[in-house]
Design a protein around this ligand. Structure first.
Ligand SMILES: C[S@@+](CC[C@H](N)C(=O)[O-])C[C@H]1O[C@@H](n2cnc3c(N)ncnc32)[C@H](O)[C@@H]1O
Length: 267
């Protein structure tokens, strides 16, 4: 049976917008993304980047924050691969329940602390989930806020010389930047450097990898949508709209926009 949770209206809109889902499908989100651990990011690419750039702490495991962790794949991967301690937050309770169960199955629940929380509330001084945890050695935001919003927050949440990593989509040239009101990668990096932080790595994902990943994800989502539509025919129009949005987003990432990983070090 599909999971049916109630979310406050604005939170439902936030969750829906972040995964291009019509809000009416949020109660069925677990089914829509069934059997997909990662919602677009590539934990393998991130692990190899962090392996090169994140120095181990001499006395303790690194303390990591993953904001908008989705189903927790990256947090679990970092715990399994490096034995880092990860606090991972997402607004979608269904995703967090899934992540907690998977971490327990894989024997890393002692390293992963998954919390269902909205980012702004988690930051609330005193009572928010993050109030007693900062600063972190490494903070991640993979596929939620644009870099100009994510970078100042992540930089504030890590210790001096701590690292932060953002996965975002950038305009591939200035014409596209103007038309889509989205910065180029160069412009986003200039803003990070203007804060005094160092950029350790920044690179667009190569187009063939973007195409392959889009095709894989679209095929998977289409299978899930067909299965859900068979069980719940009234959801058909919303599922069709969802798949249209996904195709549109994929086309944009293959034309005028390109994903990139940006790794920076706080001053
Ligand atoms: C595109 S997904 C990325 C998930 C994950 N980082 C990954 O790469 O698999 C965006 C995530 O942001 C979460 N989200 C959206 N708005 C949020 C908010 N205000 N606070 C916390 N999480 C939020 C959604 O629930 C969703 O899991």
């Amino acid at each position: 049976m599909p999971t049916r949770r109630r979310h406050p209206r604005s939170l439902r809109q936030d969750i829906a917008a972040s995964v291009d889902l019509p809000p009416s499908l949020v109660p069925s989100i677990a089914r829509v993304f069934d059997a997909m651990e990662s919602l677009g990011s590539s934990p393998r690419a991130i692990v190899s980047l962090l392996q090169r750039h994140a120095p181990p702490h001499p006395r303790r495991p690194l303390r990591v924050l993953d904001l908008a962790c989705g189903k927790g794949d990256l947090a679990i991967t970092l715990a399994r691969r490096f034995a880092w301690r990860v606090l991972a937050i997402d607004a979608c309770p269904d995703f967090i329940t899934h992540a907690q169960a998977r971490a327990a199955r894989l024997g890393v629940d002692h390293l992963c602390d998954f919390r269902a929380a909205e980012i702004t509330s988690a930051l609330r001084p005193g009572r928010g989930t993050l109030a007693h945890h900062t600063p972190f050695d490494l903070a991640l935001m993979i596929g939620l806020w644009p870099t100009d919003r994510a970078a100042p927050l992540l930089s504030r949440l890590v210790r001096p010389r701590g690292l932060y990593l953002i996965d975002d989509a950038f305009a591939i040239h200035e014409n596209a930047a103007e038309r889509l009101n989205t910065p180029t990668l160069d412009l986003a990096l200039a803003a990070i450097r203007a804060r005094g932080d160092d950029v350790l790595h920044a690179a667009h994902t190569p187009l063939p990898s973007v195409r392959a990943s889009n095709a894989r994800i679209l095929a998977h989502l289409a299978r899930n949508a067909r299965a859900l539509a068979r069980q719940r025919p009234p959801l058909r129009p919303a599922l069709a709209e969802f798949l249209d949005r996904q195709r549109h987003a994929s086309r944009a990432l293959e034309r005028d926009l390109r994903p990139a990983l940006v790794l920076a070090r706080r001053a």
